[in-house]
Write a protein that binds this ligand. Structure first.
Ligand code: GNR
Ligand code: NI
Length: 167
C-alpha cells in the first residue's frame, strides 16, 4: 500500500471530472486500498479519487468512531433524495475551513463495491452528507462552491493566512 498526496485548493486538478470505472480489477483495488490508507492517515471520513489526482469515480469512506467500517463506493448514483439538512462540513483539500452546506437529508445510493458487485444503500445524517460531498468532488465541485460569495471569500482568505503562517 502507499500514501497518496492530497491536492489542496486552489489546485486546478480538483476541478477535473472523474470518469466511470469500466472494470473493477486489481489495479482499481490497489487504488482503493491506497485511498483508504491515505484517508485513515489524514483522519478524514471520506476521500474522493479526484483529491489524489485519479480521475475515476471512486470514493472511500468511514464515518465510524472506531475507524473500522470502510465503505468503498465506485460509480455512485443517487437513486432518490428526501428532505434537506444543513450540517457543518470540512474538506481535506481545505484544511481549517468549516461551514454549513445544504444537502439532501436522506438518499438512496447505488454503487459498486471493491469486488465490482452492485449494491444499494440508504443513508442519512453524516453518511448522506459525506456521500454528497464526495460525489461533488467527482464532478469537480468543492463544498465552498455551495457557500455565498462572502463566505467563499472568507474561506479563501483564511486558507491564505494559514499558508503564510506555515512558510
Ligand atoms: O474528513 C472529512 N470530514 C467531513 C466532515 C463533514 C462533511 C464532509 C466531510 S468529508 C472530509 C474529507 C474530505 O475532504 N473528503 O472529500
Ligand atoms: Ni472533500
Amino acid at each position: 500500500m502507499a500514501l497518496l498526496h492530497v491536492l489542496q485548493f486552489p489546485d486546478p486538478l480538483l476541478r477535473n471530472k472523474a470518469k466511470p470505472v469500466a472494470v473493477v480489477d486489481d489495479q482499481i483495488r490497489k487504488m482503493v486500498d491506497d485511498m483508504f490508507e491515505t484517508m485513515y492517515e489524514q483522519s478524514g471520513v471520506g476521500l474522493a479519487a479526484i483529491q489524489v489526482n485519479i480521475d475515476k469515480r471512486i470514493i472511500v469512506m468511514d464515518i465510524s468512531d472506531d475507524r473500522n467500517q470502510p465503505l468503498c463506493v465506485i460509480n455512485p448514483e443517487i437513486l432518490t433524495r428526501e428532505g434537506v439538512q444543513y450540517e457543518s462540513e470540512g474538506c481535506l483539500s481545505f484544511p481549517g475551513v468549516f461551514d454549513k452546506v445544504e444537502r439532501s437529508a436522506k438518499i438512496r445510493l447505488k454503487a459498486l463495491d471493491r469486488d465490482g458487485q452492485p449494491y444499494e444503500l440508504d443513508a442519512e445524517g453524516l453518511l448522506a452528507v459525506c456521500i454528497q460531498h464526495e460525489m461533488d468532488h467527482l464532478d469537480g465541485i468543492l463544498f465552498i462552491d455551495h457557500l455565498s460569495a462572502l463566505k467563499k471569500d472568507r474561506a479563501r482568505k483564511k486558507l491564505e493566512k494559514m499558508r503564510r503562517r506555515e512558510f
